[in-house]
Structures are given as C-alpha cells and as structure tokens.
Design a protein around this ligand. Structure first.
Ligand code: FES
Length: 101
C-alpha cells in the first residue's frame, strides 16, 4: 500500500514548469501541465539522467543526456511505448502536493 508524501507547494510549480523532489528514497519529477501535476521517476530510465534538467515539450520531457523523451502522463518512452518509466499518483490538497510512493 503506497504512502502519500507531501513533496511541494502547488504554487512552487508554475504551469509548464517542473522540479525534482524526494519522497522516501526516490527522486521524483513533478511537472505542471496546464494546471495539473504529474509525477514520474526523476532519473531517466536509460542511464539515470536528471529529467528535471531537461526540457518540456507538450506532454513530453526530454532527458538532457541523450534526449530520450518520456510522456509525463503515461511514463511511456516516445520512441518505444513498450518502455515505461514509473508514474506516481498525485493529490493536491489545498496548497500541498502529495505523491504516493
Ligand atoms: S540518460 Fe536519459 S537519455 Fe540517456
């Protein structure tokens, strides 16, 4: 059963922005897509690149190391949807952003 961790304040993540947070022993990428927060693993599944230092384009984040792209809503790799990174359930309670780990 996952536990929810408070990881950020909603107002700290502007629309179209992202940031890395920690929850338990995990690094998690939070992204604000048109007012909705999504969470995927913060380390790229390829070789561990820091996705928070990449670029958002639509629903995708591009890893800064070798430019693999990950769907922030589904975790799918853009060039091979059979490869998926982990997605996390997100709740927003008032100003608090919580992620289930
Ligand atoms: S580490 Fe992300 S594309 Fe290689």
């Amino acid at each position: 059963m996952p536990s929810f961790f408070k990881v950020a304040r909603f107002s700290d993540i502007a629309a179209g922005a992202m940031r890395e947070v920690s929850a338990g022993d995990r690094k998690i990428l939070l992204a604000n897509l048109e007012g909705q927060i999504f969470a995927i693993d913060g380390e790229c599944l390829h070789q561990g690149g820091p996705l928070a230092e990449g670029q958002i384009s639509g629903d995708l984040v591009e890893c800064p190391w070798h430019f693999w792209q990950w769907n922030l809503k589904t975790g799918e790799c853009a060039h091979d949807p059979a490869v998926k990174t982990r997605c996390y359930e997100v709740k927003v309670e008032g100003e608090d952003v919580l992620v289930a780990v």
